[in-house]
Design a protein around this ligand. Structure first.
Ligand code: NDP
Ligand code: GDR
Length: 378
């Protein structure tokens, strides 16, 4: 059997790194697109990378950008991929209010650029396309659980851009017969989650505090409710969506919901600390305090979480809870990691990093001799 070729955009991100691992383990030749940055940005995939002189199978990296049609077209043409996973995006909801036009270019027009490259290059019958859609499409819809038939009401420039990405994927499937599908994924986290998303922000800050490093955890809306799963489980669903007889869109979720406050409590409990709430108003400083003195730098009554209006959003998504029945029945996909296993894995990893930071003054994995990693061609 000939080896399948996969192209992953956003390979340096959380999902990209897990997906690259999965596809390499399945024997794919895996190519990823990375952006040029002034500092290293391949930390999550360094363990997978092989340069062109290395005969072992490994991840190949190419420079590119979702806002640059020319390079996307050229990469699709030269790599002739069997499967394209479009994971690249300006993925931070809050940041999208600050950078709405860029978010639209990367997140809405980005998928269009790839879909049209597939069409223009006559790869309709070869290249299958996966679009990273999101539960943010449901945004203001308070009716839960949400499934593939629930109407959309995005509540941020990110959500609106992703809505375009979703529908243009459906449109290219219907208009040109591409094998193109959207995974409407609910929040998924891991120790590789970006440090400014709320779960990772919580586990990192509490773990640092636990080992005696400073820092109050400043958060916005503690009442938002999310359906949190593990990224490792969710990339399997992405792969499964491209292995079917017919392309279709699927909701991927755990079917279990927790508030941000619940997440803080669960993470603290993993670290052996009981918490108390002193209030819930926006102006109430010191919303969450420590109850038990079990950490080196933390006494009973210490303020652990401070509510900071800076982290509230102009428009919030209050409640997300997914119904992934279609994925279970048609893809045979079920989440493997429970909420508590997820919290525990994240806390454990951040505790390790915090200890390292305390002992060596850095939490980065960077090897001192690391070089720029990319391949010039396929
Ligand atoms: P991350 O933010 O961790 O990764 C995003 C990736 O996109 C990074 O590799 C980033 O590069 C890259 N990227 C950003 N902008 C560009 C650009 N202009 N050109 C090329 N690459 C770019 O996101 P996740 O891994 O968590 O999510 C993957 C995808 O799934 C995203 O599209 C996200 O919107 C979507 N999604 C995520 C969910 C989640 O809960 N994680 C839920 C539903 C959807 P760099 O490393 O240089 O920043
Ligand atoms: P979200 O994730 O917006 O759901 O988007 P995020 O973790 O950023 O926020 C979740 C909820 O927590 C509330 N919140 C805070 N959020 C952040 N980031 N920082 C804070 O200090 C804070 N305090 C409270 C937020 O208001 C929100 O309600 C993620 C991204 O991965 C998207 O790319 C993806 O599409 C969706 O999940 C599904």
């Amino acid at each position: 059997m000939t080896q399948k070729v996969a192209l992953i955009t956003g390979v340096t991100g959380q999902d990209g790194s897990y997906l690259a691992e999965l596809l390499l383990a399945k024997g794919y030749q895996v190519h990823g697109i990375k952006r040029r940055a002034s500092s290293f940005n391949t930390e999550r995939v360094d363990h997978l990378y092989r340069d062109r002189n290395d005969q072992r199978e490994g991840l190949r990296l190419h420079y590119g950008d979702m806002t640059d049609s020319l390079c996307l077209l050229r990469l699709v043409e030269s790599l002739q991929p069997d499967e394209i996973y479009n994971l690249a995006a300006q993925s931070h909801v809050s940041v999208s209010f600050e950078k709405p036009e860029y978010t639209a270019s990367a997140d809405a027009l980005g998928p269009l650029r790839i879909l049209d490259a597939i069409r223009t290059l006559g790869l309709r019958d070869k290249a299958r396309f996966y679009q990273a859609s999101t539960s943010e499409l449901f945004g203001g819809i308070h009716q839960v659980p949400q499934n593939e038939d629930t109407p959309f009401h995005p509540r941020s420039p990110y959500g609106v851009a992703k809505l375009y990405g979703h529908w243009i994927t459906v449109n290219y499937r219907e208009a040109y017969g591409l094998y193109a599908c959207s995974g409407i994924l609910f929040n998924h986290e891991s120790p590789r989650r970006g440090e400014t998303f709320v779960t990772r922000k919580i586990t990192r800050a509490l773990a640092r505090r636990c080992v005696g490093l400073d820092g109050v955890l400043r958060l916005g809306n503690l009442d938002a409710r999310r359906d949190w799963g593990h990224a490792r489980d969710y990339v399997e669903a992405q792969w499964l969506m491209l292995q079917q007889d017919q392309a279709r869109d699927y909701v991927i979720a755990t079917g279990e919901q927790h508030s941000v406050r619940d997440f803080v409590i669960a993470a603290a409990r993993e670290l052996g600390l009981t918490l108390a709430f002193s209030g819930s108003g926006v102006d109430e400083v010191g919303d969450i305090v420590a109850m038990a003195r079990e950490w080196p730098g933390c006494k009973v009554g210490d303020r652990l979480v401070q509510i900071d209006p800076a982290y509230f959003r102009p428009a919030e998504v209050d409640t997300l809870l997914g119904d992934a029945r279609r994925a279970r029945e048609e893809l045979g996909w079920v989440p493997k990691t429970s909420f508590h296993q997820l919290v525990s894995e994240m806390v454990e990893a951040d505790l390790w990093l915090a200890e390292r930071e305390r002992n060596f003054g850095t939490h980065h994995y960077h090897a001192p001799d690391k070089e720029e990693r990319f391949d010039r061609g396929p």
